[in-house]
Design a protein around this ligand. Structure first.
Ligand SMILES: C[S@@+](CC[C@H](N)C(=O)[O-])C[C@H]1O[C@@H](n2cnc3c(N)ncnc32)[C@H](O)[C@@H]1O
Length: 492
């Protein structure tokens, strides 16, 4: 759901206080603002580029009102969460898409995890990047109605950098449209019980509101508290990797041993932080801060080690030998023995410098280690050596998507699909890319095609499904379709 834009508070550009004052928002003004927003809030520069038009429109309106040059206006932005000018701008920049019971299976696994936590400790939950509040209210409703947690006290701190979203959330008043995706069962068991009708809106009852405290907070900057569970879902996709690392580190400090961390479906700690335990079998992944005695047992996300061993030159034993080396490298990759994969690929390349497959596998290792620049280099080399290599095009697209380079991501996924129309995950990530780029109509169409393709896919596994069952992706696709339809209706 999107809250009303700042536009309604202003007169249209040039029609009020502006009186003939001409504003020109230049490329260098935008570059300056982009680097300020990226530095202060951790937003990806590439994401900000995709919001250029909206930013330009807002600054032009505002500067016309204030009769001020954009350069001066930008200099005067305070860039803290209390700055009303920044808050107006953020309405145009941030994507606050959310809904009640979004990714409910994940919220359910959070409840299941909480049941097993020590009852002697107070349960404090932080919902970071909560947008307009549907997420923390859903959590409160689920916890409140779970018989296993009947007498367990809890509190939820819900924060977002958008002050307007926080204001909206505090009101706890939602249009009937918000119910669309809740589903009959959940409506009967939860929403209907914990809300009351107020005209054509629904008000969250006090017995739920009292559990949730809303606060403006910039994850990239402001201090953190201590919590037993942290949820930060669908926020990292908009943040630079350096910010993600910083924030994860602070999350780690804020959790006690055994504390839980939940990220969004498309987000993971792979390559970002090696200290958390990824809880196997959970779909999507969630994480736990280890107890001291668990540390040796855990399977951790592996971060690149400096100074990898140099491969030795091997005598040329021909193509068969290289095929055998490649098969071994692939096996090691499956076992996550990435140093070994790199050594074998280097050996292959020392025999055949034009091996697109070795380059590709090295790219996969870099991608696992979140070394996205190196991964992209390898996938580029791989597709240059063999332009019909669909898998390398797919992964090139995936890296572009991950770093927020949405235009190139779509191109690469299209190339992969051109070569291998059956590559369902390329369709899926193309849809995700269009969604992240804010191209909702195209994303909706692509999610629908993805859903049909997944339904009719005959193979036992979808290539690059990363071990998740097909149902997981189909459910996700359905949710995105519903989310987009709701967002498009809301905007109309
Ligand atoms: C797509 S919404 C996700 C909402 C909710 N977590 C969910 O999954 O439904 C992303 C939210 O992250 C917030 N956000 C972006 N950058 C942030 C930052 N630096 N600090 C705090 N919140 C931020 C945005 O304002 C937006 O409300």
């Amino acid at each position: 759901m999107k809250i009303n834009s700042h536009r309604i508070l202003l007169s249209p550009a040039g029609q009020s206080g502006g009186g003939g004052f001409k504003v020109s928002f230049s490329e260098s003004d935008f570059a300056r603002l982009r680097s300020l927003l990226s530095g202060k809030m951790g937003l990806r520069e590439k994401y900000l580029n995709s919001r250029r038009e909206a930013v330009s429109e807002y600054i032009t309106e505002r500067c016309t009102e204030l009769r001020m040059e954009p350069r001066r206006y930008i200099e005067r932005l305070r860039l803290d969460v209390c700055d009303p000018e920044l808050q107006g701008l953020l309405v145009r920049v941030l994507n606050g898409e959310t809904s009640f019971f979004r990714n409910a299976d994940q919220l359910q696994s959070m409840c299941d995890s909480i049941v097993s936590t020590d009852r002697d400790f107070p349960l404090s939950i932080w919902c970071a990047g909560c947008s307009t509040g549907q997420e923390p209210y859903s959590i409160a409703m689920m916890l409140r109605s779970d018989p296993r947690l009947a007498d367990r006290p809890f509190s939820i701190l819900a924060t977002d950098v958008s002050g307007r979203s926080i204001q909206f959330a505090r009101e706890g008043l939602y249009p009937a449209l918000s119910l669309k995706r809740i589903g009959e069962d959940r409506h009967r068991r939860l929403f209907g019980i914990f809300t009351e009708k107020s005209g054509d809106k629904y008000r969250i009852k006090n017995e739920i509101r009292r559990f949730v405290t809303f606060m403006s907070h910039n994850l990239n900057n402001d201090p953190f508290g201590a919590f037993s569970v942290i949820l930060c879902r669908n926020v990292f996709i908009y943040l630079e990797e350096a910010s993600q690392r910083r924030i994860i580190d602070k999350f780690y400090q804020s959790l006690p041993p055994g504390g839980y961390l939940f990220l969004g479906y498309a987000e993971s700690l792979v390559g970002l932080d090696a200290r958390f335990i990824a809880l196997a079998g959970s779909s999507p992944l969630h994480y736990r801060k280890p107890f001291p005695d668990m540390e040796m047992e855990v399977k951790r996300a592996r971060v690149r080690q400096p100074g990898e061993a140099q491969p030795k030159k091997v005598p040329d034993k021909g193509a068969d030998r290289r095929i055998e080396l490649f098969a071994r490298a692939e096996k090691l990759f499956e076992q996550k023995k990435y140093d070994g994969v790199m050594r074998l690929c280097q050996r292959i390349l020392s025999e055949d410098g034009n091996s697109a497959r070795a380059r590709y596998l090295m790219g996969r290792v870099h991608a696992q280690r979140a070394a996205y620049g190196s991964a992209l280099d390898e996938f580029r080399t791989s597709t240059a050596l063999d332009e019909l290599f669909a898998d390398a095009h797919f992964w090139k697209g995936f890296i572009h998507f991950t770093v927020g380079d949405f235009v190139d991501a779509v191109k690469s996924f299209d190339n992969a699909l051109l070569l291998e129309s059956d590559l369902v995950m390329a369709r899926f990530f193309k849809a995700m890319t269009l969604h992240a780029a804010g191209e909702l109509a195209r994303a909706l169409q692509e999610f629908r095609v993805t859903h049909d393709a997944m339904k009719s896919h005959t193979g036992p596994l979808m290539k690059f499904d990363e071990g998740f069952p097909r149902k997981h992706y189909m459910d996700m696709t359905e949710r995105y379709i519903a989310d987009i339809k709701e967002a498009m209706n809301t905007e109309e």
